[in-house]
Write a protein that binds this ligand. Structure first.
Ligand SMILES: Cc1ncc(C[n+]2csc(CCOP(=O)(O)OP(=O)(O)O)c2C)c(N)n1
Length: 516
């Protein structure tokens, strides 16, 4: 029996009747499925903090530790307030968090945060499923014993084996000359720019280049994406429809500017030579990109001057983007069409804020951001539920340009109450809910492995009445014409408004095929 199935049966055998949490597409989904099959009621909450508090409350009422679950990184981070309450109030629970297996290479940095430090102040300790002896019963016992409180159990979804220590390659750093030489001798260089490029304010320079320039998702807009050399977003996991898969094979040199493991979904070596500008000496995992030389950013100017002399790839970028767009925009009305419609309506005079989910994958690739300050998203941690607060703050601080925030069924709930601020201050904010009534991006795993979809299905996904109750105009639209009409009706100066766009779940689920 797999570790996760054993865990589920131990939870059930202990008499736990409920588990609360927000699943991801990793081990928590398998656990939720197994728990459900054993008759444990799995309740998906709006945020992980509430899940821990609910589990702790069950622990307080029944005397048996409650059960909460979450994904790694942002999931556990969100859970901290709930764990803190349980810690203060001596409510017993076992919090089960997805995690990287111990000994994972430093390049596995997506959503990485030190769980141990995160929970130290609010838990009685941390264990990893499959590495140590305590059973779930032992952990529950520990949570219940004086003084009661939370304990953390990490689940990795892989069999834990002792890892060989990661070999650190010979020092590739401080190789300024090697980086410049590589650029001089290249004919078809491609740039990939991370958020460092935003902080170094490189946009103007990047906009003048004549070679393909990608950005990471978090740096979207650092190169004006309406320009002909802007190649879109690089994630490291793009499939055949993505520009990265089409353009990078033709390059003879990749240059990363602040291209860091935490800014991509997967780190892998490039098929051609690659070099990097990286001013920080403590960014770990860089060697997994396979850079042949890394230089500090002291010579950014020289690098950009050399690149300015190069020109290639305009047609390749155009063909790749056109191919992707024609595929994504064919067929029924889906998020890609909605983004195009909004792009046409606002014609650049808008700030786009994206939450996490499949609609965001579409937005990342279809929406063309002209400047980095007009595009906000949790492009590094993919932290669900963060877009609404980001958008409210952006719209308060800059009323000149209207803000559109796009959220899904998962991201709309956690900070819903903060919309009071938007109404009170009448800020120019349009909230667009793209709903398939599911956690579409997590559902893919459930469909693939035949796992239960119940924690991923939202009973009544509409928020129309809630938004109207908060004092906003609320409208549901289901095609390009009605969306265009609703956009035309919205007066940003008159304050926030809500648009709900329902999509059929199955075409929605498959819309990213071939892209990521
Ligand atoms: C704080 C946090 N919890 C959980 C997740 C895992 N996660 C990623 S996407 C997603 C569901 C997204 O569903 P929805 O908002 O409906 O968007 P869709 O995928 O359907 O487009 C979840 C739970 C996360 N990224 N962040």
């Amino acid at each position: 029996m797999s570790e996760l199935l054993r865990l589920a049966s131990e939870i059930s055998a202990l008499g736990c009747r409920y588990a609360f949490g927000v699943p991801g597409s990793g081990p928590t989904l398998v656990l939720a499925d197994a728990l459900e099959k054993l008759g444990v009621s799995v309740i998906r909450t709006q945020s992980e903090g509430a899940a821990a508090l609910m589990a702790g409350t069950i622990g307080r009422l029944t005397g048996t530790a409650g059960v909460a679950f979450c994904i790694k990184g942002p999931g556990l981070t969100n859970m901290i307030p709930g764990l803190a309450v349980a810690w203060f109030e001596n409510f017993p629970l076992v919090a089960i968090a997805e995690a990287y297996p111990p000994g994972s290479p430093p390049s596995k940095a997506h959503k990485l945060i030190c769980h141990e430090s995160l929970v130290r102040a609010v838990s009685k300790g941390r264990w990893v499923l499959g590495t140590t002896e305590p059973s779930f019963g032992d952990l529950a016992q520990l949570a219940q014993s004086e003084l009661p409180g939370p304990v953390l159990l990490e689940v990795t979804g892989t069999k834990i084996v002792d890892q060989a220590p990661v070999q650190i390659k010979s020092d590739l750093r401080a190789r300024d000359d090697a980086v410049l030489d590589a650029i001089r001798s290249s004919e078809r260089p491609v740039l990939i720019v991370g958020t460092l490029g935003v902080r170094l304010q490189l946009s103007q320079r990047l906009n003048q280049l004549g070679i393909p320039v990608f950005s990471t998702a978090a740096a979207k807009g650092v190169v004006d994406e309406t320009l002909s050399h802007a190649a879109g977003v690089y994630t490291g996991v793009g499939l055949e429809l993505s520009p990265e898969r089409k353009i990078l094979p033709d390059a003879d040199l990749i240059i990363g500017i602040g291209l860091r493991p935490a800014e991509v979904l997967a780190v892998k070596p490039f098929s051609c030579r690659s070099v990097a500008l990286e001013p920080c000496s403590d960014v770990s995992g860089l060697d997994a990109f396979g850079f042949s030389a890394i230089s500090g950013n002291g010579n950014t100017e020289e690098v950009l001057m050399l690149l300015q002399e190069k020109a290639w790839g305009g047609d390749l970028v155009a063909v790749s983007l056109a191919h992707m767009a024609s595929r994504l925009l064919s067929g029924p009305f889906l998020p890609a069409h909605a983004f195009r419609c909004m792009e046409q309506h606002f014609n650049g005079a808008v700030r786009m804020v994206l939450d996490t989910g499949y609609f965001c994958t579409m937005g990342e690739h279809i929406w063309r951001a002209r400047k980095p300050e007009h595009c906000l998203l949790s492009g590094q941690a993919r932290y669900m539920g963060t877009a609404l607060p980001m958008a409210i703050a952006a719209a308060i601080s800059d009323r000149q340009v209207p803000t559109v925030v796009v959220v899904g069924d998962g991201g709309i709930g956690p900070a819903i109450g903060e919309l009071r601020i938007a109404v009170e201050r009448q800020i120019p904010l349009l909230i667009v809910l793209m709903t398939d009534g599911r956690f579409g991006s997590i559902r893919t795993r459930a469909l693939k492995d035949g796992l239960s979809e119940s924690t991923l299905t939202i009973g009544s996904p509409s928020w129309m009445q809630v938004m109207a109750g908060l004092g906003m105009s609320a409208r549901s639209v289901s095609d390009a014409a009605s969306l265009a009409d609703a956009l035309g009706q919205w007066q940003p100066g008159a304050g926030p408004a809500f648009l709900e766009i329902p999509f059929p779940p199955d075409p929605y689920e498959s819309m990213v095929q071939g892209l990521r």
